[in-house]
Structure formats: structure tokens, C-alpha cells
Design a protein around this ligand. Structure first.
Ligand code: HEC
Length: 191
């Protein structure tokens, strides 16, 4: 029995040393734009779900999904979340394939987590991923607004979709204006 336990301990130690060497010697691929390993995502996603489930507490959403709340949320979302998670115009975000693990695309794949868990993730972010903790940037009310938007993202009233589309359309206009400004600058006589 002792021999067996000794062998087991030695095997575990060896695994630890090999694992440490793999990471410390830089043998892993550090790029974010490679294919996401299937074993990794099969282990990571359920682990994250379990960890959030354990910690999220049972906070209740204090907001009603009124038009005003959803429109306010769509603006906060457009300014802070769209580049990674997509928006109502560009359902596939510019950075969709640029993060490891990938950011879920909420307009293509409706979020199905309970509200207390979405709230918790938005507040605190997800370690070792591109998902930031927003509690230092957004108010508690804004985070609940976003949570409410995620719960209703596949069933928004038309007035809300229209307001969101308008907010999402503002970016290219701003780009064009920027280009105009740059051109105007270039046309200025050089001294
Ligand atoms: C820089 C990119 C980036 C930005 C900006 C960003 N996120 Fe994320 N988000 C991610 C990534 C990457 C994940 C996936 C983390 C993982 O797989 O563990 C994620 C995960 C999430 C999740 C968990 C989804 C799930 O099903 O597990 C929620 C909810 C979320 N983000 C909401 C938001 C909201 C709301 C905003 C804006 C306030 C936002 N995110 C901004 C990258 C981003």
C-alpha cells in the first residue's frame, strides 16, 4: 500500500513538473487568434459556469424591462460591449475571432444564464479572458440595465430595436466625419 501511494505521489509530482516546465519554458502557443482547443473549452466552460453559480449570490434585478430601460441599456452596450460581443447591426463583432477564449456573440447566440450570474460576470469580468470587470467604469444601475438587455435581446420591442439601430449606425458616420476632418487638415496650407 505504501509503495502504491509513493508511486502515486511520484507520478503526480512528475505531472506537476512537466506542466510547470511546459508553461515556464514558453512551450504553449501564446496567440489569441488560433483555433480554441476542444478539450480546453470542454473543461473551461463548465468550470466557469460552476464557479459563477457558486459565487453569484441571489441578487435580484431591481429593474423592469421597460422601453426606457432597454433603450438606455442599448446605448451603454453599444459604447462598451459591441466591439467584442456584436450589436444589432453587426451581429458578428469585429473582435469575435480575436479573443481566446472567444467572446460569445449575443445577437447570434442568445445568452441563457440567469440574471444574477450575468450581473456578476459583468461586474467582475472573467480572469484570463478578454472579459473586463465593468464595476469600476459603469454604475450598478447600468450593469442591471445591461443584464436586462441580455435577458430580452431576442425579443426587443420594435421601438427599442429602432433606437438601438440608430445608436449602432452612429459609428460609421463618426468615422466619415473623422476622415473629413483629417482631409481638411491635410488640405490646410503647410507652413
Ligand atoms: C474586450 C472584449 C470584451 C468586451 C469589451 C466585453 N466582453 Fe464580455 N466577454 C468577453 C469574452 C472573451 C468572454 C468569454 C469569457 C469566457 O469564455 O470565459 C465574455 C463573456 C461575457 C459574458 C458571459 C457570457 C457567458 O455565456 O458565459 C457576459 C454576460 C458578458 N461577457 C457581457 C459583457 C457586457 C455586458 C459587456 C459590456 C459592458 C462586455 N461583456 C464587454 C469579452 C469582452
Amino acid at each position: 500500500m505504501l509503495k502504491f501511494l509513493g508511486g502515486l505521489a511520484a507520478a503526480l509530482l512528475l505531472i506537476l513538473i512537466v506542466g510547470f516546465a511546459y508553461v515556464r519554458l514558453g512551450l504553449f502557443d501564446p496567440r489569441a487568434d488560433i483555433a480554441v482547443g476542444s478539450i480546453e473549452s470542454r473543461i473551461a466552460m463548465p468550470s466557469l459556469d460552476a464557479a459563477v453559480d457558486r459565487r453569484a449570490g441571489n441578487a435580484k434585478n431591481p429593474l423592469q424591462p421597460t422601453e426606457a430601460t432597454l433603450v438606455a441599456a442599448s446605448k451603454v452596450y453599444q459604447a462598451n460591449c459591441a466591439s467584442c460581443h456584436g450589436d444589432i447591426r453587426r451581429t458578428h463583432a469585429p473582435l469575435a475571432e480575436s479573443l481566446y477564449p472567444r467572446a460569445p456573440q449575443f445577437l447570434e447566440d442568445t445568452p441563457d444564464m440567469p440574471e444574477n450570474q450575468n450581473y456578476y460576470i459583468i461586474e467582475h469580468g472573467v480572469r484570463l479572458t478578454g472579459m473586463p470587470a465593468w464595476k469600476n467604469v459603469l454604475s450598478e444601475e447600468q450593469v442591471w440595465q445591461l443584464t436586462t438587455l441580455l435577458s430580452h435581446i431576442d425579443k426587443l420591442p420594435p421601438q427599442v430595436s429602432d433606437a438601438w439601430k440608430a445608436a449602432a449606425g452612429a459609428a460609421p458616420v463618426a468615422d466619415a466625419e473623422m476622415k473629413g476632418t483629417m482631409q481638411a487638415r491635410q488640405e490646410m496650407p503647410m507652413r
